[in-house]
Design a binder for this molecule. Structure first.
Ligand code: ITT
Length: 197
C-alpha cells in the first residue's frame, strides 16, 4: 500500500523508513506537503492533524488511493512537570539552533536542583487508510537527562537522552539499536501489529 509520510523532520523520516522498510506500507514523501500549525493539547490530536492535512492535500492533487502516516513526538522531563512534551519542537524558541536548545534544557534541569533527571520520549503515529479508517498507536521509553551531551548519532534530543539499561545516550548508539529501544520503534511495531489481518 503506497503510504505518504506527513513529516518534514529528516531524522524521523530516516528512522521510519528503516522501521517500515519491509512492511506492507510502501513509504513515499510528498514534496508539496504543507504542514499545519500544530496544537498544544495532545500528541494524538497533532498526529491526526498532520495526517488529515496531508490526506486532504493529496486528495486535492487527485491522489486518492494512498494511505498517509504522521508521527507526533516529544520529550517529557520529570523536573519540568512533563514539559516540553507536545511543544518539544519549539522548546526554547521555534528558530533556536539545536546546540542552544539542548544547552537550555540542561540549564533548566540544573535550575531545578539537577537531581530529578527522569525523562520520557513519546511517539504517536496516526495512519489513515485509503478508505478513511484511522489507526492511532503510541510508544514510549523512559530514561534520564544526561548531565552532558554524549554522542553524535540520531537527531534532536538524542545526545541528552541517557538510557540506563545500556549506559549510553541515544546519541551514542547506531540507528538500528535505537530503533529497537525507542518510542518510535515501539509505536512502529504497534502499528504493524494493528495492521495484521
Ligand atoms: P514533523 O514535520 O513530523 O511535524 P517536527 O520536528 O515538527 O516534525 P514534532 O512536532 O513531532 O516534529 O516534534 C517533536 C520534537 O521532538 C522535534 O523537535 C524532534 O526533533 C524531537 N524528537 C522527536 N523524536 C525524537 C527522537 O527520536 N530523538 C530525538 N529527538 C526527537
Amino acid at each position: 500500500m503506497i503510504t505518504y509520510l506527513a513529516s518534514k523532520n529528516e531524522g524521523k523520516l530516516a528512522e521510519i523508513r528503516t522501521m517500515l522498510g519491509n512492511s506492507p506500507l510502501q513509504l513515499r514523501t510528498y514534496a508539496a506537503y504543507r504542514d499545519p500549525e500544530e496544537g498544544h493539547e495532545s500528541y494524538v490530536d497533532n498526529a491526526l492533524l498532520k495526517a488529515r492535512a496531508l490526506r486532504s492535500q493529496l486528495h486535492d492533487a487527485g491522489i486518492r488511493d494512498a494511505a498517509v502516516l504522521a508521527d507526533d513526538s516529544g520529550i517529557e522531563l520529570d523536573a519540568l512537570g512533563g514539559r516540553p512534551g507536545v511543544d518539544s519542537a519549539v522548546y526554547a524558541g521555534a528558530a533556536t539552533p539545536w546546540p542552544q536548545r539542548l544547552a537550555t534544557m540542561m540549564r533548566e534541569v540544573d535550575e531545578h536542583g539537577g537531581r530529578e533527571r527522569g525523562a520520557r520520549f513519546v511517539c504517536v503515529m496516526a495512519l489513515i487508510l485509503p478508505d478513511g479508517r484511522e489507526i492511532v498507536v503510541e510508544g514510549d521509553v523512559r530514561g534520564e537527562i544526561s548531565p552532558q551531551l554524549r554522542g553524535k548519532n540520531g537527531f534532536g534530543y538524542d545526545p541528552l537522552f541517557f538510557y540506563p539499561p545500556i549506559g549510553k545516550t541515544f546519541g551514542q548508539i547506531p540507528e538500528r539499536e535505537k530503533n529497537e529501544l525507542s518510542h518510535r520503534g515501539r509505536a512502529a511495531r504497534a502499528l504493524l501489529e494493528a495492521l495484521k489481518p
